[in-house]
Design a protein around this ligand. Structure first.
Ligand code: GLY
Length: 369
């Protein structure tokens, strides 16, 4: 029960290996990349407590020595203070140009450590070992690395592709149900944006995935990663098609800003709600049928996910204020917002041509629900 997806980027190509038990095999997987049998691992405290010893044993089985740094868990880590701490720690460990840094954790760790690897000695190689569903299907693949600025999320960073990604699906068993479902928001996004057959498969198999069925988990991660790999291979630096991966994100970023990037709304939850809103907007604009947004919402609800704005606890700002927050998104070009809309489930496209009064009316109705 193991699959490999190849990300085809010329001399920056790499494999994403997906399956249960990869931590225990990490040494034999990583050793071909090494010039000396030593790696540095950066993780977070939660992941380290649960899984670092398994990784250490997996590396030791191939006689690879490991030193590790654990950062505090959570989005607040993804800023300058922990970033400079990480870079200086890597320098203290005497990481050389030929060495490999391992990012072992969820999206925060993958993004921060990838960026540290991008700038350390003008670039060292790194391996992603993603431990959250969101990181396995999205952030560990494609080379976007970075940290947040006070002005906004992910505003400081670099494209730096990993040399290998090991997605151990066994590790997903230690996620909370909430974190798992938040990651599932990104999985279902792939079906909605480019593969209606995958969406139908998820309608049938989503509950199995949530219940821990390993074959279903491997299949869902593989199909998601394959879609991302294909898109990244076509458009590594997001000049066009890669923006499709942002389905639901224009709404999501406004909601994340409105909830202070707090526990009130996890990123994957915002993506799911944002996708439902993007389909509603597409239907209002006559681009897709009225049934599509209903079908999207029905699946999210069946999975027990946040689907509507009323599923977010506490007060939300007005529709006008949410539109203003969208205007601060980094995807704004010449003052115009970019939306990912859909002609059908599985057929999304990028456009800047969306009347703001329609966006406003979608949000007003969503807030009134
Ligand atoms: N998470 C969107 C991208 O990697 O492009």
């Amino acid at each position: 029960m193991e699959n490999t997806v190849h990300v085809d980027l010329g001399d920056r190509s790499y494999d994403v290996v997906i399956g249960p038990g990869l931590l225990a095999q990490a040494g034999e997987r990583i050793v071909p990349l090494l010039k000396r049998r030593r790696v540095v691992v950066v993780s977070d405290e939660t992941v380290a407590e649960l899984h670092l010893e398994t990784l250490r044993a997996g590396l030791a089985a191939a006689e690879i020595e490991m030193t590790a740094l654990s950062l505090p868990p959570g989005e607040a880590t993804k800023g300058w203070p922990q970033f400079s701490r990480t870079v200086e720690w890597l320098l203290d460990q005497k990481v050389e140009r030929g060495d490999v840094v391992v990012a072992f954790g969820g999206g925060v760790i993958g993004d921060l450590v990838g960026f540290a690897a991008a700038v350390l000695r003008r670039g060292v190689r790194f391996v992603q070992i993603p431990t959250s569903l969101l990181a396995q299907v999205d952030s560990s693949v494609g080379g976007k690395t970075g940290i947040n600025a006070p002005q906004g999320k992910n505003l400081i960073g670099a494209f730096h592709q990993p040399s290998l990604v090991l997605a151990d699906t066994f590790v997903l068993g230690t996620l909370t149900a909430r974190d798992f479902l938040a990651g599932y928001g990104e999985v279902v996004k792939y079906g909605m944006l480019g593969d209606s057959e995958f969406f139908t498969w998820l309608e049938k198999n989503g509950p199995l995935l949530a219940d821990g069925d390993m074959a279903a988990r491997v299949e869902a991660v593989t199909r998601s990663v394959q879609m991302k790999a294909d898109i990244v291979a076509r458009d590594e630096t997001e000049q066009g098609d890669r923006a499709l991966l942002n389905l639901g994100h224009t709404f999501c970023h406004a909601l994340e800003a409105a909830t202070g990037y707090s526990d009130r709304l996890l990123h994957g939850e915002g993506v799911a709600i944002g996708c439902a809103l993007a389909f509603e907007l597409s239907a209002r604009l006559g681009l897709c049928s009225q049934e599509d947004p209903s079908r999207v919402r029905a699946h999210l609800k069946e999975m027990g996910m946040k689907t509507d704005l009323s599923d977010i606890s506490g007060e939300l700002p007005s529709a006008e204020e949410l539109v203003d927050l969208m205007g601060q998104d980094k995807k704004v070009v010449d003052g115009q917002l970019t939306f990912i809309l859909a002609r059908n489930i599985g057929d999304a496209f990028v456009t800047g041509d969306v009347p703001s009064d329609t966006v406003l009316s979608v949000l007003k109705d969503a807030l009134a629900k």
